[in-house]
Design a protein around this ligand. Structure first.
Ligand SMILES: [Zn+2]
Ligand SMILES: [Zn+2]
Length: 149
């Protein structure tokens, strides 16, 4: 499943702790800073979480939809097709089988919102935060607050 980037190459993320959305820079493979073993720090609350725990609610919904449609859907169909269609004489029971696979969701779109913040400690890992956020912004990699302008 591919997730859209905004026009500056940022990917929308959501902190699993404070549930605020931000964006991190999606570096080409091998060019970004390596996160600590404990994961990335949230730019808002500064709490560290594993790097794979920052999916937004919309990204999780879409991932579930893709799994249901692509993996579960064909299996359900197989089960349905393997069941006897018509009751034959002598059958004591007939089996009713129905399953619904959800319709395909629209792909996500990424708008060019939020304010970019750069870090002196890790210049290769800028973030974007909500325009209204006026408190410290923490570095994803080391958790240090960005210098205020
Ligand atoms: Zn947070
Ligand atoms: Zn840093």
């Amino acid at each position: 499943m591919s997730m859209p980037l905004d026009s500056d190459g940022f990917l929308r993320r959501e902190c699993p702790t404070c549930e605020r959305e931000f964006k991190w820079f999606s570096s080409p493979d091998g060019e970004g800073a390596t996160p600590e073993a404990g994961g990335y720090f949230c730019p808002y609350c500064g709490i560290q979480a594993p790097t794979n725990s920052f999916f937004t609610a919309a990204q999780i919904e879409l991932a579930k939809n893709v799994v249901l449609r692509d993996l579960v859907g064909p299996e359900l169909e197989k089960v349905g097709n393997s069941l006897p269609r018509n009751k034959r004489p002598g059958d004591l029971v007939s089996i009713e089988f129905s399953a619904t696979v959800p319709p395909k969701m629209d792909p996500l779109v990424e708008t060019d919102d939020m304010r970019r913040v750069d870090f002196e400690c890790h210049p290769s890992e800028p973030v974007k935060v909500l325009e209204a956020w006026d408190r410290d912004v923490h570095c994803l990699v080391c958790g240090a607050p960005a210098a205020r302008r």
